[in-house]
Write a new protein. Structure first.
Length: 134
């Protein structure tokens, strides 16, 4: 972890195609904070907006072939209409060109949604419990 390097001071806005691409890239690079791309394709609202909020720099000292990258909090819009939170490791070449939130108000709304939304794990547990009751 690189604590001296400042985090990007922006919230990124991504569409579903970009989310699919970033999750697949994280899988190819073997980054630890990512979701299974099959789950993402099955559950993400295809035409919706998703957000990345910077959490920390991450360094894989045992893998010099992988550049330092930012671990982002990921707010995902689901097909069911809800939202869930996950983490996603993204290398700078992939996150720098992404569009960013342009207003402070939108950024504050994203932060509130991140704080109130369940994690993917919590959502999966709830889904499992509700299907067990049927």
């Amino acid at each position: 972890m690189n604590v001296e390097r400042p985090l990007p001071r922006e919230v990124k806005v991504i569409d579903s195609a970009s989310l699919f691409r970033l999750e697949e890239r994280a899988e190819v690079l073997g980054l630890s904070q990512r979701l299974d791309p099959t789950w993402v394709r099955a559950n993400v609202a295809p035409g919706d907006t998703h957000y990345l909020w910077p959490a920390m720099w991450h360094t894989l000292s045992h893998r010099p072939d992988v550049p330092d990258h930012v671990r982002w909090e990921l707010l995902i819009a689901l097909r069911t209409g809800g939202r869930v939170v996950s983490m996603l490791d993204v290398i700078p070449d992939d996150f720098v060109p992404l569009p960013k939130v342009t207003s402070r108000e939108e950024g504050m709304q994203v932060r509130q949604l991140l704080d109130r939304s369940p994690s993917v794990r919590e959502w999966l547990l709830r889904e499992s419990e509700s299907s067990d009751r049927l």
